[in-house]
Every structure is written in structure tokens, then in C-alpha cells.
Design a protein around this ligand. Sequence first.
Ligand code: PAF
Length: 281
Amino acid sequence: MKLVHTIQELQLALDALRVQGKKIGLVPTMGALHAGHASLVKRCVAENDVAVVSVFVNPTQFNDKNDLIKYPRTLEADCNLLESVGASFVFAPSVEEMYPEQDTRHFSFAPLDTVMEGIYRPGHFNGVCQIVSKLFLAVNPDRAYFGEKDFQQLAIIREMVRQMNFPLEIVGCPIVREEDGLALSSRNALLSSEQRTTALNISKTLFASLEYAKTHTLAETKAWVEHSIDAVEGLRLEYFEVVDGRTLQTVSDWNDSDYIVGCITVYCGEVRLIDNIKYKE
Ligand code: PAF
């Protein structure tokens, strides 16, 4: 496994492999890697000849500067994990390398990016599209891997690839959970052990709502999830939206779509956690 810090070094190495006909996979990350990332990288390793993992805490996607400062940075541990799962390259550029000048490009994929996170984190998806498009141009991968935990992000990146004709395949990978159900997230590292127990109520409520949904309307199920989260001391619901899995627009009846997903964002203390559940697929 090779650790590289510049686009030029990465491209030189990848060009040499590409002319040999090697397929290149990319897993974009912001580091602080966990088993969820490991599962993306394992899939990337299995499906490609070369697996590139980028580790870059992208400043342009943080609308809250405190969040950017607090974001865990653990490159050495990340490299150890990536080596153990068979990554070929770790691309860990500096901010100056990725943004030698301010990125003034404006991405808009309405209505996908004007709902949910788009409301609560203005500018977030613009920053995500800025960095992901730069990574696609730098790496020129055949496939790129993203987790379904960031459900809205995945839908927007698919749309960006479609609209901008990036010649690559986007591979969405299922959420990886702790044994007790908590969705894996780099932010879990910021939870105290007490908060970790409290946060478990998020996935528990979503799973229980699958059962509840069988005998209740969509509106009743939505209200039940909202009340269940509100009832937990230490959790603060930002939103719970039940949406069409492709358009991300709110649905109001279980018969409105054949692909229905519940997307939730909850604060556990200061830590913002997201999760989702598929009611219909
Ligand atoms: O999902 C993430 O970790 C980030 O949003 C991504 C895709 C690596 C872009 O910085």
C-alpha cells in the first residue's frame, strides 16, 4: 500500500496501471475510519484491480466551523486499517492541494438537495459535490463506492454523475451497524459511553417502526417515530422524513411509491447523528 499526498504523484502511478488494463476503484472518505468504511474498501478491493482510498476532511462541506475543528483526524490508524483490508493507495492531500484557489463552482441538484440535510446544512452538498468531482477528476476511477447511511448524499452523487457524464459507476453499499444496531459513524467516537447508550434509541426506534408501519398509516408511523425520539432524554430530533427513495420527496401514503425510506437526524448532546430505514424497496 502506498501513501500519496499529491494529485500528480497519484496520477503518475494510476496512469501506469491503467495502461496495463487495470480497473481502478475509489472509496472517498474523510478518515476516522471504522468497520463501515472497511466494508466499502473490501468491496472495492474485490471488484477492482486497484483500490484507492482518499482520506480528506473537506472544509467546504462543513457549514459549522466547530464541527470541522472537532472532526476526528486519525491518519496513522486509518492507514493501518486500510493496509489490513488490501487498499492499494491512500490519497491524503492537504487542503492547499485540493483547493489551490477558492472553489467557486456551484452545484445544484434540486429537488434532491433542497430537502432534509439540504435545509439543515446549507451549502453542505455543494461542498460534497466540489470535493467528489475533484476526486473523480484526479483519480478517474472505473467505480466509486459510497455508503447508504448518507442516503441523500448517495442520491445527489448519482445525479451529479448522471448530469455531468462522469464515466464511472457509482456503487451504493448497505449501512454497517454495531451488533446492537447503532449505525457506524466516525462521529460515534465523539459520544461518551452514556451518550452511546442513549444514541442506541435511534436505530431501535427505526427498527421498531418497521413493525409499527405494518398496521399503521404513514402519518401515524412518522408521528410515532417522532414521539419516540422526543421521549428519550438526551436526544433532540432534527427531522424525520419519509421519502421516495429515488426523488427524496416526501410521501404521504405507503402506496405512493415502491421505494420508501425513512431518513432521520438526531442530536445526541452536541453530536449530530444520521440514520435511515427502508420501509419498501
Ligand atoms: O461521506 C463522506 O465521508 C464525505 O461526504 C465524502 C463523500 C468523503 C466527501 O468528503
